[in-house]
Design a protein around this ligand. Sequence first.
Ligand code: ZN
Length: 277
Amino acid sequence: MLELPEITTLCRQLQSSVADKTIRQVSVLSSPHKFAFFNRPAEDYPRLLVGRTLKQFHACGNYAILNLGNDLSLVLGDMGGRLLYHPAGEVLPQKHQLLIQFEDQTSLTLTLQMWGAILLLNPSQLASHSRLSHLSPAPLDDAFTLEHFQQRVNSIPLHEQRSLKFFIISQFGLPGVGNGCLHDILFNARLHPKFPLADLTPALQLNLWQAARATLRQMTDAGGRSSEHDLFDLPGGYVPTLSNDKVGSPCPVCGTPIERIIYLGGASFFCPHDQAI
Ligand SMILES: [Zn+2]
Protein backbone atom coordinates (compact mmCIF):
# COMPACT_ATOMS: atom_id res chain seq x y z
CA MET A 1 0.00 0.00 0.00
CA LEU A 2 1.13 3.52 -0.71
CA GLU A 3 1.81 5.42 2.50
CA LEU A 4 2.91 8.94 3.36
CA PRO A 5 6.47 8.75 1.89
CA GLU A 6 5.23 7.35 -1.42
CA ILE A 7 2.22 9.66 -1.69
CA THR A 8 4.44 12.68 -0.92
CA THR A 9 6.88 11.53 -3.62
CA LEU A 10 4.08 11.05 -6.16
CA CYS A 11 2.72 14.54 -5.45
CA ARG A 12 6.14 16.11 -5.93
CA GLN A 13 6.58 14.24 -9.20
CA LEU A 14 3.06 15.12 -10.41
CA GLN A 15 3.80 18.78 -9.76
CA SER A 16 6.82 18.66 -12.06
CA SER A 17 5.22 16.40 -14.71
CA VAL A 18 1.59 17.33 -15.25
CA ALA A 19 0.93 20.68 -13.54
CA ASP A 20 -0.89 23.11 -15.86
CA LYS A 21 -1.67 20.42 -18.41
CA THR A 22 -5.21 20.39 -19.79
CA ILE A 23 -7.17 17.16 -19.65
CA ARG A 24 -8.35 15.87 -23.03
CA GLN A 25 -9.89 12.53 -22.13
CA VAL A 26 -10.73 10.54 -19.00
CA SER A 27 -11.90 6.99 -18.50
CA VAL A 28 -12.55 5.08 -15.31
CA LEU A 29 -12.85 1.37 -14.68
CA SER A 30 -11.77 0.25 -18.12
CA SER A 31 -10.73 -2.77 -16.07
CA PRO A 32 -13.42 -3.53 -13.48
CA HIS A 33 -12.18 -3.67 -9.91
CA LYS A 34 -14.29 -4.79 -6.98
CA PHE A 35 -12.50 -2.60 -4.47
CA ALA A 36 -12.12 0.61 -6.44
CA PHE A 37 -14.21 3.13 -4.54
CA PHE A 38 -15.78 6.07 -6.37
CA ASN A 39 -18.01 8.74 -4.87
CA ARG A 40 -19.71 9.54 -8.17
CA PRO A 41 -21.04 7.57 -11.15
CA ALA A 42 -18.36 6.66 -13.69
CA GLU A 43 -19.73 9.05 -16.32
CA ASP A 44 -19.22 12.04 -14.00
CA TYR A 45 -15.44 11.70 -14.13
CA PRO A 46 -14.97 12.60 -17.82
CA ARG A 47 -17.84 15.10 -17.62
CA LEU A 48 -16.26 17.00 -14.72
CA LEU A 49 -12.60 16.60 -15.65
CA VAL A 50 -12.25 17.04 -19.42
CA GLY A 51 -11.13 20.53 -20.35
CA ARG A 52 -9.83 21.28 -16.87
CA THR A 53 -6.26 21.81 -15.74
CA LEU A 54 -4.46 20.11 -12.88
CA LYS A 55 -3.03 22.85 -10.69
CA GLN A 56 -1.47 21.70 -7.46
CA PHE A 57 -0.73 18.45 -5.71
CA HIS A 58 -0.28 17.70 -2.08
CA ALA A 59 -0.25 14.71 0.23
CA CYS A 60 -2.80 14.43 2.99
CA GLY A 61 -1.67 11.36 4.91
CA ASN A 62 -2.01 8.45 2.50
CA TYR A 63 -4.18 10.46 0.09
CA ALA A 64 -2.99 12.55 -2.85
CA ILE A 65 -5.02 15.69 -3.49
CA LEU A 66 -4.92 16.75 -7.15
CA ASN A 67 -6.34 20.23 -7.20
CA LEU A 68 -8.25 21.33 -10.31
CA GLY A 69 -8.99 24.89 -9.25
CA ASN A 70 -11.09 26.54 -6.56
CA ASP A 71 -14.05 24.21 -6.79
CA LEU A 72 -12.84 20.66 -7.38
CA SER A 73 -10.14 18.15 -6.43
CA LEU A 74 -9.43 14.65 -7.62
CA VAL A 75 -8.49 12.65 -4.54
CA LEU A 76 -6.64 9.33 -4.79
CA GLY A 77 -5.75 7.36 -1.72
CA ASP A 78 -5.93 4.55 0.76
CA MET A 79 -4.60 2.53 -2.12
CA GLY A 80 -2.17 -0.07 -3.29
CA GLY A 81 -0.95 -0.12 -6.86
CA ARG A 82 0.73 2.19 -9.30
CA LEU A 83 0.05 5.73 -10.38
CA LEU A 84 2.16 6.19 -13.51
CA TYR A 85 3.07 8.99 -15.88
CA HIS A 86 3.36 8.10 -19.57
CA PRO A 87 5.18 10.27 -22.10
CA ALA A 88 3.50 10.72 -25.49
CA GLY A 89 3.54 7.50 -27.48
CA GLU A 90 4.29 5.18 -24.57
CA VAL A 91 2.25 1.98 -24.47
CA LEU A 92 -0.22 2.17 -21.57
CA PRO A 93 -0.69 -0.64 -19.04
CA GLN A 94 -3.33 -3.14 -20.15
CA LYS A 95 -5.31 -2.80 -16.94
CA HIS A 96 -6.15 0.43 -15.18
CA GLN A 97 -9.00 1.94 -13.21
CA LEU A 98 -8.29 5.57 -14.10
CA LEU A 99 -6.82 7.01 -17.27
CA ILE A 100 -6.24 10.74 -17.75
CA GLN A 101 -4.96 11.86 -21.15
CA PHE A 102 -3.68 15.39 -21.62
CA GLU A 103 -3.75 17.71 -24.63
CA ASP A 104 -0.03 17.11 -25.20
CA GLN A 105 -0.60 13.34 -25.59
CA THR A 106 0.99 12.48 -22.24
CA SER A 107 -1.12 10.53 -19.74
CA LEU A 108 -1.57 9.23 -16.21
CA THR A 109 -2.85 5.78 -15.32
CA LEU A 110 -3.83 4.40 -11.94
CA THR A 111 -3.81 0.61 -11.62
CA LEU A 112 -5.04 -0.57 -8.24
CA GLN A 113 -3.94 -3.57 -6.26
CA MET A 114 -5.97 -4.55 -3.21
CA TRP A 115 -8.17 -1.45 -3.05
CA GLY A 116 -8.24 2.32 -3.45
CA ALA A 117 -10.41 5.40 -3.54
CA ILE A 118 -10.86 7.64 -6.60
CA LEU A 119 -12.91 10.61 -5.47
CA LEU A 120 -14.07 13.93 -6.88
CA LEU A 121 -14.61 16.36 -4.03
CA ASN A 122 -15.54 20.01 -3.78
CA PRO A 123 -13.85 22.08 -1.04
CA SER A 124 -16.52 21.48 1.60
CA GLN A 125 -16.58 17.73 0.88
CA LEU A 126 -12.80 17.74 1.08
CA ALA A 127 -12.85 19.50 4.44
CA SER A 128 -15.47 17.19 5.96
CA HIS A 129 -14.61 13.84 4.36
CA SER A 130 -14.60 11.19 7.07
CA ARG A 131 -11.38 9.53 5.90
CA LEU A 132 -9.49 12.76 5.32
CA SER A 133 -10.51 15.02 8.17
CA HIS A 134 -8.24 13.46 10.79
CA LEU A 135 -5.22 13.06 8.48
CA SER A 136 -3.89 16.55 9.11
CA PRO A 137 -1.38 17.57 10.17
CA ALA A 138 0.88 14.89 8.73
CA PRO A 139 3.78 13.63 10.86
CA LEU A 140 6.33 15.60 8.81
CA ASP A 141 4.44 18.89 9.03
CA ASP A 142 5.72 21.61 11.38
CA ALA A 143 2.35 21.47 13.13
CA PHE A 144 2.92 17.84 14.10
CA THR A 145 4.67 18.86 17.31
CA LEU A 146 5.35 16.62 20.27
CA GLU A 147 2.40 18.28 22.02
CA HIS A 148 0.15 17.48 19.06
CA PHE A 149 1.31 13.85 19.09
CA GLN A 150 0.67 13.64 22.83
CA GLN A 151 -2.87 14.91 22.29
CA ARG A 152 -3.38 12.05 19.84
CA VAL A 153 -2.06 9.56 22.40
CA ASN A 154 -4.33 10.98 25.07
CA SER A 155 -7.37 10.90 22.76
CA ILE A 156 -7.55 7.10 23.10
CA PRO A 157 -9.43 6.22 26.32
CA LEU A 158 -7.24 4.19 28.66
CA HIS A 159 -9.90 1.51 29.16
CA GLU A 160 -9.69 0.60 25.46
CA GLN A 161 -6.29 -1.02 26.13
CA ARG A 162 -4.98 -0.40 22.64
CA SER A 163 -1.57 -1.37 21.34
CA LEU A 164 0.90 0.84 19.49
CA LYS A 165 0.19 -0.95 16.22
CA PHE A 166 -3.53 -0.25 16.52
CA PHE A 167 -2.88 3.37 17.43
CA ILE A 168 -0.69 3.89 14.38
CA ILE A 169 -2.32 1.91 11.57
CA SER A 170 -5.82 3.07 12.53
CA GLN A 171 -4.53 6.54 11.50
CA PHE A 172 -5.16 7.91 14.99
CA GLY A 173 -1.46 8.14 15.79
CA LEU A 174 0.53 8.82 12.64
CA PRO A 175 -1.63 9.89 9.67
CA GLY A 176 -0.48 8.29 6.44
CA VAL A 177 1.36 5.43 8.15
CA GLY A 178 0.04 1.90 7.69
CA ASN A 179 1.36 -1.60 8.08
CA GLY A 180 4.37 -0.81 5.89
CA CYS A 181 6.24 2.16 7.34
CA LEU A 182 5.14 1.01 10.79
CA HIS A 183 7.80 -1.69 11.20
CA ASP A 184 10.87 0.53 10.87
CA ILE A 185 9.33 3.32 12.93
CA LEU A 186 8.74 0.94 15.85
CA PHE A 187 12.17 -0.65 15.36
CA ASN A 188 13.85 2.75 15.48
CA ALA A 189 11.84 3.62 18.58
CA ARG A 190 12.73 0.21 20.10
CA LEU A 191 9.07 -0.48 20.82
CA HIS A 192 7.10 -3.69 20.25
CA PRO A 193 3.95 -3.54 18.03
CA LYS A 194 1.91 -4.96 20.92
CA PHE A 195 3.26 -2.44 23.45
CA PRO A 196 0.24 -1.03 25.35
CA LEU A 197 -0.49 2.57 24.46
CA ALA A 198 -1.49 3.18 28.09
CA ASP A 199 2.08 2.37 29.19
CA LEU A 200 3.65 4.92 26.85
CA THR A 201 5.33 7.27 29.31
CA PRO A 202 6.15 10.86 28.28
CA ALA A 203 9.76 9.75 27.66
CA LEU A 204 8.57 6.95 25.36
CA GLN A 205 6.14 9.31 23.62
CA LEU A 206 9.07 11.59 22.82
CA ASN A 207 11.04 8.60 21.65
CA LEU A 208 8.28 7.41 19.30
CA TRP A 209 7.55 10.90 17.97
CA GLN A 210 11.23 11.45 17.16
CA ALA A 211 11.62 8.01 15.58
CA ALA A 212 8.48 8.49 13.46
CA ARG A 213 9.58 11.87 12.15
CA ALA A 214 13.14 10.77 11.45
CA THR A 215 12.13 7.50 9.78
CA LEU A 216 9.43 9.08 7.62
CA ARG A 217 11.85 11.86 6.62
CA GLN A 218 14.41 9.29 5.56
CA MET A 219 11.80 7.30 3.60
CA THR A 220 10.42 10.41 1.91
CA ASP A 221 13.83 11.84 1.02
CA ALA A 222 14.67 8.50 -0.62
CA GLY A 223 11.53 8.68 -2.78
CA GLY A 224 9.58 6.08 -0.80
CA ARG A 225 10.14 2.47 0.11
CA SER A 226 11.77 0.05 -2.32
CA SER A 227 8.66 -2.16 -2.28
CA GLU A 228 6.62 0.56 -4.01
CA HIS A 229 6.96 2.37 -7.33
CA ASP A 230 7.00 6.06 -8.12
CA LEU A 231 5.31 8.04 -10.91
CA PHE A 232 7.96 6.89 -13.39
CA ASP A 233 7.62 3.23 -12.37
CA LEU A 234 10.92 3.22 -10.47
CA PRO A 235 11.16 1.61 -7.04
CA GLY A 236 11.72 3.88 -4.07
CA GLY A 237 15.24 4.23 -2.66
CA TYR A 238 14.47 3.33 0.96
CA VAL A 239 15.21 -0.31 1.74
CA PRO A 240 13.30 -1.22 4.92
CA THR A 241 15.31 -2.55 7.86
CA LEU A 242 12.45 -4.90 8.76
CA SER A 243 10.39 -6.71 6.13
CA ASN A 244 9.26 -10.18 5.17
CA ASP A 245 12.57 -11.10 3.57
CA LYS A 246 14.51 -10.08 6.71
CA VAL A 247 12.73 -12.63 8.93
CA GLY A 248 15.37 -14.87 10.54
CA SER A 249 18.19 -12.51 9.52
CA PRO A 250 20.25 -10.92 12.30
CA CYS A 251 19.04 -7.63 13.72
CA PRO A 252 21.42 -4.90 12.48
CA VAL A 253 21.75 -3.60 16.05
CA CYS A 254 22.09 -6.69 18.26
CA GLY A 255 22.27 -9.70 15.94
CA THR A 256 19.16 -11.46 17.30
CA PRO A 257 17.11 -13.07 14.47
CA ILE A 258 14.21 -10.88 13.31
CA GLU A 259 10.79 -12.35 14.06
CA ARG A 260 7.40 -12.14 12.40
CA ILE A 261 3.95 -12.37 13.94
CA ILE A 262 0.49 -11.98 12.48
CA TYR A 263 -1.21 -9.28 14.50
CA LEU A 264 -4.18 -7.02 13.78
CA GLY A 265 -4.80 -8.37 10.32
CA GLY A 266 -1.26 -8.32 8.97
CA ALA A 267 2.34 -9.27 9.54
CA SER A 268 4.50 -7.44 12.06
CA PHE A 269 8.29 -7.70 12.12
CA PHE A 270 10.43 -6.94 15.14
CA CYS A 271 13.64 -7.68 16.99
CA PRO A 272 12.66 -9.69 20.09
CA HIS A 273 15.68 -8.27 21.97
CA ASP A 274 15.53 -4.57 21.12
CA GLN A 275 11.75 -4.41 20.98
CA ALA A 276 10.96 -6.57 24.00
CA ILE A 277 7.48 -5.93 25.32
ZN1 ZN B 1 18.02 -6.24 17.89
